[in-house]
Ligand binder design. Structure first.
Ligand SMILES: Nc1ncnc2c1ncn2[C@@H]1O[C@H](COP(=O)(O)OP(=O)(O)OP(=O)(O)O)[C@@H](O)[C@H]1O
Ligand SMILES: [Mg+2]
Length: 249
């Protein structure tokens, strides 16, 4: 059986005349923890949006869980946490409980819905990200990192198979960063969730993931994190800063 949970075949994508991805081929397997790295504007966000079906390729095909993306309907089984979650409108009046609960599968008959059961589910999802005690707080009153975790809980409530995250660690302090990676490890190993994460922090991410996708000039290079070829390519992208990044830990 094909274990690919995401597959891109000969994918090209342009914004108008600006071709940002060309002939991209890779697949992500169940259980992978994939890091996506590349300079600003190298199309990392674009690549994520193609993988979750928010953008359509000009050429080639994207498959999600074995289905052509246009036939894919099971959106509750994937989680996508965009780059701007932490700028979430601070005046938004909903509580944490409401934000997480709004993502619950509501296919059941209205009369069958049990508020208590739903609350339990919400609390369980929040407990995984250690935000259980914030259930009744207003979402706008939380810090950026706390909001991030609430949105992870919001995705977790439907037991997703795969979670896509776009730079979840920007503006997160080192201590919270450690906690974040412990959480990722738990989601990946205990809950068997495949993880795809964009990050600029090459030094740290290469230690945590089992696969790296390097983006450069419209191409995607698929590597194991310890392969020097990837570092060579990154050096081309990041220049001398690369040494600092690699040797920081
Ligand atoms: N909606 C859009 N319309 C036109 N061009 C866009 C749009 N979004 C992105 N681009 C362009 O496509 C390229 C890739 O953008 P993208 O946001 O995918 O890069 P990125 O790697 O995520 O960058 P960053 O590290 O800054 O988040 C950039 O040149 C950008 O200017
Ligand atoms: Mg981006």
């Amino acid at each position: 059986m094909d274990k690919a949970i995401v597959k891109l075949e000969n994918v090209s994508f342009s914004y108008g005349k600006n071709k940002v991805l060309e002939d991209v081929n890779f697949s992500i397997e169940e259980g992978d923890f994939v890091g996506i790295i590349g300079a600003n504007g190298s199309a990392k966000t674009t690549l994520l949006k193609l993988m979750v079906g928010l953008l359509e390729p000009d050429k080639g095909a994207v498959y999600l869980m074995g289905k052509a993306i246009k036939d894919f309907k099971d959106y509750k089984s994937i989680g996508y946490i965009s780059q701007n979650v932490r700028h979430f409108n601070p005046m938004f009046p909903a509580t944490v409980k409401e934000v997480v609960g709004a993502n619950l599968n509501t296919s059941r008959n209205f009369f069958e819905r049990s508020r208590k059961k739903e609350e339990e589910k919400i609390y369980k999802a929040l407990e995984i990200v250690e935000m259980g005690q914030f259930m009744d707080k207003k979402i706008g009153k939380l810090s950026g990192g706390q909001k991030q975790r609430v949105f992870i809980a919001r995705a977790l409530i439907n037991k997703p198979k795969i979670l896509f995250m776009d730079e979840p660690l920007v503006g997160v302090d080192l201590n919270s960063q450690d906690k974040f990676y412990s959480l990722m490890e738990k989601l990946n190993k205990e809950y068997n969730i495949t993880l795809v994460m964009v990050s600029h922090d090459i030094g740290v991410i290469t230690e945590k993931v089992n696969r790296i996708l390097c983006l450069s000039r419209g191409r995607v290079y698929d590597h194991k994190p310890d392969q020097t070829i990837c570092f060579d390519m990154l050096k081309e992208v990041f220049g001398n800063k690369m040494n600092i990044l690699i040797h920081r830990h």
